[in-house]
Design a protein around this ligand. Structure first.
Ligand code: MG
Length: 323
């Protein structure tokens, strides 16, 4: 078992947890359906001297993390007094809880100043043709890398919008496509062929997760076949999956969502050992989780790529804090 990365030994800590709900505005549409409310938990640890550390649990069950209900049950069954051993004993199938407890512990024992990330951020466009009107707004806000979800409508309809979007974007823009595993092999080939042969100046940085995680051999084959880079996201949601895909030979881009990837220090060790091309990304966590994620991103995300945290415009309550 790995330590939490801090040498300080504490006795027991007071523990409490609180649930939250934050509405998306408008609701976020992806291949998984429409997401209206981000639900999560904030956990608080307090030591004998009165110091406090907070961590956030922000599950994403359609990516393979525990559900919000499972996380809530887990947190409510814990004793109000916890030891370091308790914090290290969160099961591997509760990766969002591992992250929440691990980052609360780090905040308690090794507090750092809030990070205002130096890394550029990628702004998430709305799905479908609404992206056409939204892209100039995000550009004016300073985003130079934008992401657009595909795999929601029929490929021909989305490819027509894609060509309009490319024409609409300034030539210096960088665009990422994210299929959330929703394409067939044939439509993935169509998309990648289209991206490979674009004559526009707009750079297609990568296509994210064209096929579901179960089709790893096909993902590796596609990556050989086309010039447009591929990124794995759903395939590498947890640390165990990340290790597995690396062992299977994936050396292109890895999207890391630290809030569902387990203990932060285990993730740090993996990224530092293998020097992967990592793009750290949000799961629409609130400010407490976001700060913990941004600190990891500052150390571990590829500095030549925008991080996937340009999402606060989807959650008005967050945007009032950090527009
Ligand atoms: Mg993705």
């Amino acid at each position: 078992m790995i330590g939490l990365g801090v040498g300080v030994q504490l006795g027991s800590m007071q523990y409490s947890c609180q649930t939250y709900q934050h509405p998306f505005h408008p609701p976020l549409e992806t291949r998984y359906g429409v997401w209206s409310v981000r639900q999560g938990l904030i956990i608080t640890l307090k030591d004998d001297s009165g110091k406090v550390g907070r961590g956030e649990i922000a599950p994403l069950p359609w990516f393979g993390s525990e559900t919000w209900e499972q996380a809530q049950d887990y947190c409510q069954c814990l004793s109000p007094q916890l030891t370091e051993k308790d914090l290290l004993s969160v099961p591997d199938d509760y990766p969002a809880c591992q992250f929440g407890f691990g980052s609360a512990w780090a905040a308690l024992t090794n507090p750092t100043e809030p990070t205002s990330s130096q890394l550029p951020m990628c702004g998430l466009l709305p799905t479908g043709k609404t992206a056409l009107s939204a892209c100039s707004h995000l550009w004016q806000q300073g985003y130079r890398t934008l992401k657009w979800k595909i795999g929601v409508d029929l490929p021909a309809a989305e490819q027509a919008i894609f060509l309009d979007l490319i024409a609409e974007l300034p030539q210096t823009a960088t665009l990422r496509l994210d299929a959330n595993g929703g394409l067939s092999y044939q439509s993935a080939c169509q998309w990648l062929g289209l991206c490979d042969h674009l004559t526009s100046e707009v750079r297609i940085e990568y296509l994210e997760q064209p096929l579901p995680p179960s089709q790893m051999a096909d993902l590796l084959a596609l990556n050989q076949q086309f010039q447009t880079p591929l990124a794995l996201d759903e395939s590498v949601a947890t640390l165990a999956q990340l290790q597995h895909c690396y062992q299977q030979g994936w050396r292109d881009i890895f999207i890391i969502k630290p809030a569902i990837c387990g203990y932060p220090e285990s993730l740090r060790q993996f990224c530092q050992t293998y020097a992967i091309d990592a793009v750290f990304s949000s799961v629409f966590e609130s400010e407490i989780g976001r700060q913990a994620c941004l600190q990891l991103a500052a150390d571990l995300s590829n500095p030549n790529r925008a991080i996937g945290f340009g999402v606060n415009h989807w959650l008005p309550e967050y945007e009032s804090l950090h527009p």
